[in-house]
Design a protein around this ligand. Structure first.
Ligand code: EPU
Length: 417
């Protein structure tokens, strides 16, 4: 259990660069298994989920290791499809190994994946799409086993809803299926385009990634490549939220504002000065200037307001000059951090999927616990604007998505131990 102490009241100043995006790196690592030759992912931060992914790759027979700041994966010829319980349960992203192992090995068994407890997170769309391509799906208790007799075949498949993970799973499988696959109602997040671009660099034929209709001509042999994953737009939004709560002036570099435009628009509406250039954003706020509330936000699939930034927006709105509310369309328990916000002195409550905040809170230090990855980051950020010292107990959630969030915010001038 990590204990993070945050003493509020210091403004933030300086420049900060987000690392590679967790939500690109994790599927990219799984996708390297589709290739006959090794791949290299450049400049990947030492996140807990990355370490879990390397262990998972090793457990199925690949050579996978960190070499300096890069990750190196050599899939080899002797892969096996049994994913150990403790690795599957450690992160949601174990689901990304279904398609590559089904294609390479012919059979894969996955104990149902873990990850943040954000409410029900079924994998029915992943399974329905793979079944439509010819996989046999067997659900027994808490595990799923997929088998194929011959190669998978291309399919015209409409996703029930635009799931990021299922779009990635089906795109990966389709590269190995015979014929053409058309995915309709696909998710459009930037990380989907990143995965598609990686697969294309490996030899796959994919068009339309980043739009709701993705077309994949399958059956092309893939060769590994060196790849630099996208910068982390959620980490960029986290730094921007920290600035909004603490005040000061911070420039977020090497991450195009378009990747987190909805969050920047929100901060601007809340009264933060936001200056966007090509790949940098400079944010400024005087701590004396109150934040503007009266906002209604709805988190949904790209390009809407990102669900992973919803708790961060809440942290900003707790002290704003009027009540606000945020509805999360994707996850039933997105706002488990509300309990921590209340302990910090905020007046807020969840009703269904909506978090209501009264605003005008005078936050004070308290002992709080990170309930999940983004909720933990939001409590850290909120504590920057609180009077006194907050103790944030984190049972490992924050390290799953940020290599060293306390250290990064400390280097901007915050008092964090
Ligand atoms: N869903 C289904 N069936 C499925 C798949 C998804 O009903 O087969 C539902 C989910 O229950 C959820 C909605 O669809 O209600 C969206 O889920 P999606 O599949 O899009 O999310 P994911 O792939 O599980 C990724 C990110 C999440 C991020 C979401 C939404 C990774 C590793 N995770 O999850 O990131 O919140 O997309 O953008 O890419 C995080 O980084 O903290 C995080 C939770």
């Amino acid at each position: 259990m990590q204990l993070i102490t945050i003493t509020g009241g210091r403004t933030l100043h300086g420049r900060i660069r987000p690392a590679a995006a967790k939500n690109s790196v994790l599927p990219l690592l799984a996708a390297t298994l589709l290739c006959r030759t090794p791949s290299r992912l450049r400049a990947v931060p030492p996140l807990a989920d990355v370490a879990t992914s390397l262990a998972l790759l090793q457990s199925v027979g690949a050579k996978a290791e960190r070499q300096g700041s890069d990750l190196f994966v050599a899939p080899g010829q002797d892969l096996q499809g049994e994913i150990p319980d403790y690795l599957a349960g450690a992160m949601r992203s174990s689901v990304f190994y279904l398609a590559p192992l089904l294609c390479r090995v012919g059979e894969v068994r996955l104990p149902l994946p873990g990850g943040c407890k954000l409410g029900p997170r079924p994998v029915d769309i992943h399974l329905a799409g793979l079944a439509a391509m010819g996989a046999q799906v067997e659900l027994e208790g808490i595990a799923v086993t997929l088998r194929r007799r011959g190669p998978l075949h291309g399919v015209d498949f409409a996703l029930r809803l635009p799931s990021v993970g299922a779009t990635m799973t089906l795109m990966m499988a389709a590269t190995q299926a015979g014929g053409t696959t058309i995915l309709r109602g696909a998710a459009c997040e930037p990380e989907i385009r990143d995965l598609a671009n990686f697969l294309r660099a490996c030899g796959a034929h994919i068009t339309g990634a980043g739009t709701p209709v993705v077309v994949i001509q399958g059956g092309k042999p893939l060769q590994g490549t060196a790849w630099t994953p996208l910068p982390d737009r959620i980490a960029a939004a986290t730094y921007a939220a920290a600035l909004a709560c603490a005040g000061g002036e911070v420039t977020v570099t090497h991450c195009a504002p378009a990747y987190y435009a909805a969050f920047l628009d929100f901060l601007q509406a809340a009264g933060v000065d936001v200056a966007r250039q090509d790949t940098t954003v400079t944010l400024a706020r005087s701590p004396a200037r109150p934040l503007r509330g009266g906002q209604t936000l709805c988190a949904n699939a790209w390009p809407a307001f990102a669900t992973d930034t919803a708790p961060l927006a809440a942290a900003v709105l707790l002290t704003a000059d009027a009540p606000s509310k945020i509805y999360d369309h994707l996850f039933a328990r997105r706002f488990a951090c509300a309990e921590g916000f209340t302990a910090l002195g905020a007046r807020c409550r969840t009703v269904g999927r909506t978090l209501y905040m009264d605003g005008r809170a005078a936050l004070h230090g308290a002992a709080v616990t990170a309930p999940d990855l983004r909720g933990g980051a939001a409590l850290l950020v909120a504590a920057l604007g609180a009077d006194g010292t907050t103790t944030l107990r984190d049972p490992g959630h924050i390290r799953r998505g940020y290599a060293d969030l306390p250290g990064e915010i400390r280097r901007l001038g915050a008092e964090i131990g």
